[in-house]
Write a protein that binds this ligand. Structure first.
Ligand code: MSP
Length: 476
């Protein structure tokens, strides 16, 4: 049994979770479930990033103290993950006092190692990103991600000597010790390191909502240092020390820089092993536009799972476009995927079990007898994080299982009294369903369980009932 430690980013808790957060979390959950099914000892971590200006400002806007504000939102995140059947081992909060203490100890260590220096800094800070931008990287003077004008800031801060670690990180990437995916992103990271790394500020003055900088009460630890360390402090807090290093940090491309460069540098500075793999998936738009409150196109994972069920949402987001690429999602697309599941898997189960009952074969049908190698193929695709290909394969199996029934026409066999052949055809269909139920388990755990229960009882029940013709966000 091997250990498998997988993480999602810890999401900013300035607002309720949206479908973008759900996307990464669902993907991580599929991997966690598939590793558990293989018998691995899995530690699956998600949580929230609760410090910094962004959160403090959101709290202020809501007329609340930061602590009260974040405490109020944590249950919303937890509820979203519950609705989506996310099987995380622990939920991490950066306001956990144990985390705060370990982070301070770690910063003290960096100081003791002479890897921290104090200097005056002037830069353009984007609160949305919680980071400084270089002028040349802005588009029309605006942050390319948030489309807002960064604030000019001039502070005396503590700096981490990131510039010393470029070669070491490069060597680890090139040797494959630190895997970065997909390849296109890995090349971007290598390119950035080759341009030379600058030291980075790891403290902020004038930001009260954060962990105090050890030895200097006037500064707080930069929120990204606090946040990245969660992956490591969690292993201490939850007594999972032997799970370090993580097998996989999942995130979108927006924060790859922090995970592929700053985080490894911090770990190297602390003489800690590096994560085995960092993978940045794409960013998606909703209805071909960036998700935004102003546009009113923010998709709520809780409302979507209430309406379509967790499995249809899980299926839709992972099936829609390749994991490493950008794509588009919308409620209409989720609704169409729901119908696809109903027509394909739902229909297959319904008609097969109904015929077994109708032709009184319930005593003859045996629990799964066939084995095939489709699970090996799916395992490989999951190892390569090719979720949409894996789901395409599974749906192809369901399609051919439906086609098999259409071709064999069991109803004709029954009419003609060809009992043996009828029994063989329905046994094969039963086995096909059983195989599909196994394969979909990490993606659609609830449906998988329901199918397995129906296979046992031979009582068909509708898996994906007809939807009311109503789209959640529609203005009408
Ligand atoms: N708090 C930091 C992460 C710290 S991790 C040590 C942060 N939080 S965030 O709330 O902004 O979450 C960003 C992440 O949410 C992305 O990297 C991605 O995992 C997910 N996504 C948010 N919007 C998304 C899309 N529109 N599309 C795909 N993923 C999305 O950054």
């Amino acid at each position: 049994m091997s250990k498998y430690y997988i993480t999602t980013p810890i999401y900013y808790i300035n607002d309720v979770p949206h479908i973008g957060h759900a996307y990464t979390t669902i993907a991580a959950d599929v991997l966690a479930r598939s590793h558990r099914a293989k018998g691995d000892d899995v530690f699956f971590l998600t949580g929230t990033d609760e410090h910094g200006v962004k959160i403090a400002e959101a709290a202020k806007k809501a007329g609340k103290e930061p602590r009260e504000f974040v405490d109020g939102l944590v249950p919303v995140f937890k509820n979203a993950w519950k609705k989506l059947n996310i099987s995380h081992s622990e939920y991490f909060r950066t306001t956990n006092p144990d985390h705060e203490k370990i982070v301070q100890e770690i910063v003290e260590k960096l100081v003791a190692k002479d890897l921290v220096l104090k200097k005056k800094y002037e830069g353009l800070y984007c609160i949305g990103c919680e980071k400084y931008w270089k002028l040349e990287d802005l588009i029309d003077g605006k942050c390319p991600d948030h489309k807002t004008v960064p604030v000019k800031q001039s502070e005396e801060n503590y700096f981490f000597k990131l510039s010393q670690f470029g070669d070491q990180i490069l060597a680890k990437i090139k040797s494959g010790e630190l895997e970065i995916g997909p390849d296109s992103r890995k090349n971007e990271v290598i390119g950035k390191i080759n341009q030379g790394l600058e030291d980075i500020s790891i403290s902020r003055s004038g930001v009260e909502w954060g962990i105090k900088f050890p030895g200097d009460e006037s500064q707080t630890i930069y929120v990204w240092v606090d946040a990245l360390l969660n992956y490591y402090t969690a292993t201490k807090i939850f007594k999972k020390e032997d799970f370090w290093p993580a097998n996989l940090h999942l995130m979108a491309k927006d924060i790859l820089w922090f995970h592929a460069i700053i985080w490894p540098a911090m770990l190297l500075a602390l003489d800690l092993p590096l994560p085995k793999k960092v993978f940045a998936h794409g960013f998606f738009t909703v209805g071909n536009q960036k998700m935004s409150k102003t546009l009113g196109n923010v998709l709520d994972p809780i409302a979507l799972s209430d309406k379509y069920g967790a499995d249809a949402v899980r299926y839709a987001v992972l099936r829609e476009f390749p994991f490493g690429e950008d794509g588009d999602i919308s409620e209409e697309k989720i609704a169409a995927r729901y119908t696809e599941l109903a027509n394909n898997i739902g229909n297959l189960v319904q008609r097969t079990l109904s015929m077994i009952n109708r032709y009184e074969l319930d005593q003859k049908i045996k629990a799964k007898s066939q084995t095939d190698d489709s699970d090996l193929k799916i395992d490989q695709l999951l190892d390569d994080l090719k979720f949409n290909e894996a789901l395409t394969e599974i749906m192809k199996l369901a399609e051919s299982a439906n086609k098999y029934i259409a071709e064999k026409e069991p109803w004709v066999l029954a009419k003609e009294g060809k009992t043996e052949e009828l029994e063989r055809v329905l046994q094969k269909s039963y086995d096909n369903i059983s195989n599909i139920a196994d394969l979909i388990a990490p993606f659609m755990p609830e449906t998988s369980e329901k199918i397995k229960a129906q296979l046992k009882s031979l009582e068909p029940e509708v898996l994906f009932p007809r939807l009311e013709e109503k789209i959640l966000n529609s203005k009408s």
